[in-house]
Design a protein around this ligand. Structure first.
Ligand code: MF3
Ligand code: CO
Length: 254
């Protein structure tokens, strides 16, 4: 982030982001369907890359600050930024966060989902549903006149009411010509604070929720963030445009 100013997107720019968002949504959907026991996280990454290229888009994460892959795959106690590798093979009961970005005409879209492998524990299923709903409740706050803190507060209040914790080291963000732009979108905070939302802003909201404590640490690979207490964590994300009427989710399949 080079400037504190929030870049507003034109109608046409939001059109490119909608295209990038559709690519991300389609490919994530396909990857979620492949997330089965016996597949490696590298297999998922390879498919992510080829399916993005097939749609005439570009991977957003590859080489971003040295990130080596197209996809982030974070399993169980991994929170975000898990690096795909051939030795990481999924097993029944795992929960798997898939985070993907694509670029069309120089404009970015970014989204994430968490899915279970075959049957998962009741706790894991609840974690996934609480995190999915956190994104939904945060998104519901997106309309002109509301503030970024209204999103943050909606996410935090819901997650903590369910006895789970919000990861604080990573945040959502403005998005557009860059993967990360102003403003940061924290997953905790006070209503009525932060920048006012306005038509033409596009943000990525991305709650990361853990069953245990909120603390994380980054592994020696320099990327993979895991919970300090080893508890499981889930992650959902959408790229969302602020519109006159409220918002448009750019990374969902219509
Ligand atoms: N959704 C994540 C984020 O906004 C993905 C970034 S992965 C990276 O931070 F490799 F590009 F950093
Ligand atoms: Co993001």
């Amino acid at each position: 982030m080079t400037t504190a100013a929030i870049d507003l997107k034109s109608f046409q720019e939001i059109g490119w982001m909608r295209e990038a968002g559709r690519v991300v949504a389609e490919v994530l959907n396909l990857l979620a369907g492949m997330t089965k026991a016996g597949i490696s996280t590298e297999d998922l990454d390879r498919t992510a890359r080829s399916e993005i290229l097939k749609r005439k888009a570009k991977p957003a994460f590859l080489n971003y600050r040295g990130y080596p892959c197209t996809l982030c795959v974070s399993v169980n106690e991994e929170v975000v930024h898990g690096i795909p590798r051939s030795g990481k093979v999924l097993a029944k009961g795992d929960i798997v966060s898939l985070d993907l970005g694509a670029v069309v005409k120089g404009f970015y879209a970014d989204a994430a989902v968490t899915v279970g492998v075959d049957s998962i524990s009741e706790d894991s299923a609840r974690l996934i549903e609480v995190t999915r709903k956190a994104l939904f409740l945060g998104t519901a706050q997106v309309k002109p006149e509301n503030r970024v803190g209204d999103i943050s507060n909606a996410v935090q209040t819901w997650v903590e009411s369910q006895g789970m914790s919000v990861v604080r080291e990573f945040v959502g963000h403005g998005i557009g010509r860059n993967l990360h732009e102003e403003p940061p979108v924290h997953n905790y905070g006070r209503s009525g604070t932060g920048p006012r939302l306005q038509t033409g802003m596009v943000i990525a909201i991305e709650p990361m929720v853990s069953l245990g404590g909120p603390e994380v640490r980054v592994l020696e690979d320099g990327w993979t963030a895991v919970t300090q207490d080893g508890s499981r964590s889930a992650h959902f994300e959408h790229t969302i445009a602020v519109t006159k009427e409220g918002h448009e989710v750019l990374t969902s399949i219509a």
